[in-house]
Design a protein around this ligand. Sequence first.
Ligand SMILES: [Ca+2]
Ligand SMILES: [Ca+2]
Ligand SMILES: [Ca+2]
Length: 115
Amino acid sequence: MRTGFLIATAVVALVSAPAIAEEFISESDLQVMDTNKDGVVSKAEYVAFMDMAFDALDDNGNGGLTAADFDVLLTPAEFSAMDANGDGTVSRAEFDLQTAKDFDAADKSGTGTLK
Ligand SMILES: [Ca+2]
Ligand SMILES: [Ca+2]
Ligand SMILES: [Ca+2]
């Protein structure tokens, strides 16, 4: 579980910096995300990885993340930005939406892959 949490921590660090440039994602992060080992991270691989992070963060398994679940990983402003409907919980749908936005923001070259 600890490994999962560390991965989640790294990934959520990316989430919290949506404008992060492609080159700022570390080589080791990309290797973990690149599950088919073709040297690039597709959107599907990225989303699958973030899904794992969601599960790792959702300690009580109720399918929602509260500010407490994110603990110190997100500032209140960042949490509010993810909680699109403002109910105090980030659902998987809200999380996935942010994930997709982050991927597009990181994919500066517009190739649909990160490497
Ligand atoms: Ca790949
Ligand atoms: Ca939860
Ligand atoms: Ca919500």
